[in-house]
Ligand binder design. Structure first.
Ligand SMILES: Cc1cc2nc3c(=O)[nH]c(=O)nc-3n(C[C@H](O)[C@H](O)[C@H](O)COP(=O)(O)O)c2cc1C
Length: 189
């Protein structure tokens, strides 16, 4: 697949099949979380992997889905929730929190996942105190975000931006994500 087609597909997904992420796909995702670039190669990002169904359910109850969509269509139903979450943690014992490092680590996780057809969603709207307690994350560490993973039930596509950046669902329940045009976001000097 060419890189643009790959990147068009590597969108946010919010509804998933019940198939577990295992074997080579899981190994690739975890390895990608080791291989990100970081300022000074400090590597201050740590992770907690949540993939036991009963734990996934608890985490899912502490995250908020799709702010632009009505809850009844944007939030996964109980049989559509992710099969895995990875907590992205900034370890303040290693270095001060650095959101560029966290973003690069998350990009690696998502990029590796999509190579195996595993979709994902970055979750920033989360109940951090309750999640930190449930995941046993030490007080001084920062829970940056939770990343949801699973094999998508629906599709998601970039569409031309008209006058609104809000994503929406088409008649088949697939997500359409408006992207600003190339000539609006780049300027050649
Ligand atoms: C920092 C960050 C936080 C996000 N938090 C949430 C969230 O809490 N819940 C959610 O459903 N989506 C969340 N998203 C997903 C965005 O809504 C999504 O990336 C955006 O709509 C663009 O869609 P795309 O990723 O398919 O391009 C988050 C994305 C980023 C980058």
């Amino acid at each position: 697949m060419n890189v643009v087609e790959y990147l068009k597909g590597k969108r946010t997904y919010r509804k998933f099949r019940r198939d577990a992420i295992m074997g080579e796909a899981l190994t690739a995702i975890l390895t990608a979380g080791q291989l990100y670039s970081s300022a000074g190669n400090k590597q201050g990002i740590k992770y907690v992997v949540v993939n036991k169904p009963e734990d996934v359910k608890v985490v899912n109850s502490l995250v908020h889905w799709a702010a632009y969509l009505p809850k009844e269509v944007g939030t996964p139903k109980p049989d559509e929730i992710p099969v895995m979450f990875i907590a992205v943690i900034q370890d303040t014992d290693v270095c001060p929190p650095n959101d560029t490092d966290a973003g690069l680590a998350i990009g690696n996780l998502q990029g590796a996942a999509w190579c195996y057809g595993v979709g994902s969603c970055i979750m920033g709207a989360i109940d951090r105190p309750k999640l930190k307690s449930f995941l046993k994350i030490p007080e001084e560490m920062v829970l940056h975000s939770m990343i949801a993973f699973g094999y998508p039930l629906k599709e998601s596509h970039p569409v031309d931006f008209k006058d609104d950046i809000k994503y929406y669902l088409d008649e088949n329940g697939n997500t359409c994500v408006p992207k600003r045009p190339i000539d609006e976001i780049y300027r050649f000097l």
